[in-house]
Design a protein around this ligand. Structure first.
Ligand SMILES: [Zn+2]
Length: 72
């Protein structure tokens, strides 16, 4: 069985000011907090999401992509 190729780059879009920035996701952990570079708002995941990348990014976080679950 071949390993799934994980996408590690995601573009986070700030829900407050709309600023989008490409970030590299860590493969071994979830990022719960993210501070917007432009408006300095502290983003947190929406209910049901495990990390800011799942809520505001273009790509789900690596643990979710690998379907190994997240934040466990
Ligand atoms: Zn912002």
């Amino acid at each position: 069985m071949t390993r799934d190729v994980l996408i590690l780059e995601s573009t986070l879009t700030c829900p407050y000011c709309g600023y989008a920035k490409q970030e590299v996701m860590p493969t071994d952990a979830c990022q719960f907090y993210y501070e917007c570079t432009r408006c300095k708002a502290l983003l947190r995941p929406r209910p049901g999401d495990c990390c800011v990348f799942c809520s505001f990014g273009t790509v789900k976080c690596p643990p979710v992509q690998a379907q190994s679950g997240c934040c466990g």
